[in-house]
Design a protein around this ligand. Structure first.
Ligand SMILES: C[S@@+](CC[C@H](N)C(=O)[O-])C[C@H]1O[C@@H](n2cnc3c(N)ncnc32)[C@H](O)[C@@H]1O
Length: 281
């Protein structure tokens, strides 16, 4: 299934007029966001760690020429760019294409090697289970999947060392835990929270004054990282009672969640939250 962009209208509305502006799309995916930014007149630099998106990015380059540039890396490589931008956008998590290709091991609905690597390189979910201790696995399951009885399941994983999605699925005693367990392992395999923290840390220095950072999240922990980071940036600096205090470097943009119509037509939008900030000086 083609990936349907989530909250794209809300993101475009929050961005306002981007004609002639320079936008970073940190998560190219199927290119839905990038294309919308280009069609709205912006120049776009896009990141994606998944080599499967490269064919689509080539099509975009032939269509939009040098207004579109693609960097096949994780978005924490934002720190390598020697330029500044008017907007930096994250649409986090995985795409429908990644879930749909059974062999990639993201889905518990099809039997496949227990892989889950967005970049198709590095350690797979099966490697992670083999290498982490039972305590570390329990922490991953609890922290990223809110899995009850995480310790018991972590011990079972260490004992059986599942190599396929179905072997993993069959070890999960509570059916309600299947999706959260798969999600937790995926987040750990791809270091999704670490990536987000490292990328957000360089956003302030990469944005021009008046520039915006907008994040669409799908997981409560991801959303908490964004919310707390934006709260720090929008807090006035120094002691307000002293003459050397300064106003906050960023202002909040109103947060948005999908409408009932959007979640009805695209169930993937269900858990989405959009948060944004604009750089004041
Ligand atoms: C939800 S999809 C983005 C969909 C896109 N906005 C669209 O409209 O088609 C997320 C994409 O981000 C990529 N991704 C996730 N984490 C990443 C990271 N740390 N660095 C680079 N790409 C990442 C995934 O490979 C996936 O293709």
């Amino acid at each position: 299934m083609k990936h349907i962009p989530v909250l794209l209208d809300a993101v475009l509305k929050a961005l306002g007029d981007i004609r002639g502006r320079r936008v970073v799309d940190c998560t190219f995916g199927a290119g839905g966001y990038s294309r919308a930014f280009l069609d709205a007149g912006a120049d776009v630099v896009a990141f994606d760690r998944d080599p499967n998106v490269i064919a689509d990015t080539k099509k975009m380059i032939s269509e939009y020429g040098n207004r579109f540039r693609f960097i096949p890396e994780t978005f924490s490589h934002l720190s390598d760019l020697d330029e500044s931008f008017d907007a930096i956008i994250f649409d986090l998590g995985i795409s429908s294409m990644q879930i749909d290709i059974a062999e990639r091991g993201f889905s518990f609905r099809a039997d496949a090697p227990l892989d889950m690597r967005m970049s198709e390189s590095g350690k797979s979910a099966a490697d992670l289970i083999a290498e982490k201790s039972a305590d570390e696995l329990a922490h991953i399951l609890r922290e990223y999947g809110d899995v009850k009885k995480a310790t018991v399941l972590a011990r079972a994983l260490k004992e059986k060392l599942p190599k396929t999605t179905f072997e993993l699925r069959d070890l999960i005693f509570n059916p309600h835990d299947i999706a959260p367990v798969f999600q937790a392992l995926r987040i750990a395999v791809n270091d999704e929270m670490g990536e987000l923290e490292r990328a957000l840390a360089v956003v302030p220095e990469k944005l021009n004054t008046g520039g915006k950072c907008i994040c669409v999240t799908f997981h409560s922990l991801e959303d908490r990282i964004v919310k707390n980071t934006f709260r720090d940036w929008t807090t006035p600096l120094g002691d307000p009672r002293l003459p050397n205090n300064r106003p906050a470097p960023f202002e909040l943009i109103r947060a948005v969640t999908p409408s009932d119509e959007e979640t009805e037509s695209n169930p993937r939008a269900r858990s989405a939250h959009m948060r944004g900030v604009v750089k004041s000086y």
